[in-house]
Write a protein that binds this ligand. Structure first.
Ligand code: CA
Length: 463
């Protein structure tokens, strides 16, 4: 009897902002490979992470829970692999499961990947060129913590090669879950040699908030250390800054260096995603396979004069989220309902007809994929960022809610009580002018603050 449950191919990049994907209307990048997923499936325009930083978002995706529940609040809190995750449940339900690429949830003992028949992961951040990988395969690897070896080549190609090798050797009579996690385009943005000169002769347009002076907001934006003009290091830029430039020229020169390397890294992802999609086509598996493309969070691409993420501002909060599944999802469809990273686990379980445990806080997106949004679908989301003790970036801890139109953010403040921001995303889509103290918004501030406390109580968080 043939197993009709779908294969699940979950592709995730690291720090790939939606506004660097042409399916999202990017004016920066051409991504024909990724666009194939959008063209053959659904593009989610309002998919958000509940904490815009790598390790916490990965834990939220695996467990379907918020970070105050799964305990992964920052980069220094590795995940406990005894938590319930969707790969474990799929494995128990008969799926073949694999995890290849960037894990970034800790290593050794209770931090290694679990729920996978095979894992082959980069240690921590991993390297772009000739990376070391840690491999473990059920029935083959004696050491439970895996075997380390160096693999020659470019990391995005290698992760794809290893994934395709595992796919080719799988049991074709059972469905698979493959988590294919790219390291790129994470800092320090090192392209493949074949892309070293891509975009060389063009000028990448600067974003509208490039020269943001951080007035009219809480002090957090002003204090953050992720400015293109001041905080990029030589290893990010790779060559010394030319002499004799004005400050404005220097900032623009650094932006071109940064953004072109970022986009070159994206180009390798795009080619490699196309390779995997071609493989599915060649094997006749495209109809039977759910393909997801996403990133652990968004990224500032010169927006607000920044690189990096962390803030609850749109560019960093929004995740690209593309889903192709010809059996259930209409070609070229677009969803504007609010989806969250905590929804991934329940969604993939639902698509595999595996029961969703009560402890998961996210909700299955399956009705949205079928363009049948439930009438009581969420109209607001809760966000919390913890990592204020990171002097390299110096982003104050904050939490808040985003509705379809407004965003209310509360910063802890340093000894002087909290600071607040309110943005009207229709009037001020770039979030440069908080209206928190504007008397015209006083009633709204009251309502949204009340809603924030209620949402915080609903998800069980107690900052
Ligand atoms: Ca990341």
């Amino acid at each position: 009897m043939t197993d009709r449950r779908p294969n699940l191919l979950f592709i995730m990049a690291d720090d790939h902002a939606a506004h660097a994907i042409s399916a999202y209307g990017s004016h920066l990048a051409k991504t024909p490979g990724l666009d194939r997923i959008a063209e053959g499936g659904m593009r989610f325009d309002n998919c958000f992470c509940v904490n815009s930083i790598c390790t916490p978002s990965r834990a939220a995706i695996l467990t379907g829970t918020y970070n105050h529940v799964n305990g992964v609040t920052g980069l220094d809190t590795p995940m406990d692999n005894r938590l319930t995750t969707f790969p474990k449940l799929l494995q128990a339900a008969g799926y073949q499961t694999a995890m290849v690429g960037k894990w970034h949830l800790g290593h050794g003992g209770i931090h290694d990947p679990s729920g996978f028949d095979y894992w082959d992961v980069l240690p921590d951040q991993g390297d772009y060129h000739d990376p070391e990988l840690i491999r473990w395969k059920a029935g083959e690897t004696d050491d439970p913590e895996g075997e380390r070896r160096v693999v020659e080549g470019y990391v995005t190609d290698i992760i794809t090669d290893l994934s395709l090798d595992w796919l080719a050797a799988r049991d074709p009579n059972r469905p698979f879950l493959l988590k294919l996690h790219h390291k790129a385009p994470h800092r320090s943005w090192e392209p493949a040699p074949r892309h070293a000169h891509l975009y060389e002769d063009m000028e990448v347009p600067i974003p509208p908030t490039f020269d943001d002076d951080y007035s009219f907001r809480a002090s957090a934006a002003r204090n953050a250390r992720m400015r293109i003009d001041r905080d990029l290091k030589l290893e990010d830029l790779k060559v010394p800054t030319p002499e004799g430039l004005t400050p404005a020229e220097e900032k623009r020169w650094k932006f071109q260096r940064y953004i072109k390397d970022y986009l070159r890294c994206v180009a390798a992802i795009d080619e490699n995603v196309a390779r995997v999609l071609d493989w599915l086509d060649d094997e006749g598996l495209a109809d039977d396979t759910v393909v997801v493309y996403t990133s652990d969070q968004g990224f500032f691409l010169g927006d607000h004069g920044w690189y990096d993420k962390r803030f609850m501002y749109e560019e960093s909060l929004r995740m690209p989220f593309l889903v192709r599944y010809p059996r259930e999802v209409r070609d070229g469809s677009v969803c504007t309902d609010m989806a969250l990273n905590v929804d991934v686990a329940p969604t993939l379980l639902d698509l595999a007809d595996v029961a969703i445990p009560d402890e998961m806080q996210g909700v299955s997106l399956r009705p949205l994929l079928q363009e049948q949004t439930p009438p009581d679908w969420r109209t607001a989301m809760y966000y919390r960022y913890w990592m204020h003790e990171d002097p390299d970036h110096n982003v104050q801890a904050h939490y808040g809610i985003r509705t379809d139109r407004y965003k209310l953010i509360r910063y802890d403040g340093e000894g002087e009580g909290p600071e607040w921001e309110l943005f009207d995303l229709v009037e001020d889509p770039f979030e440069v002018h908080s209206v928190y103290d504007d008397p015209a918004y006083a009633t709204l501030v009251e309502q949204l603050t009340d809603r924030l406390w209620r949402m915080q109580a609903e998800v069980g968080d107690t900052p």
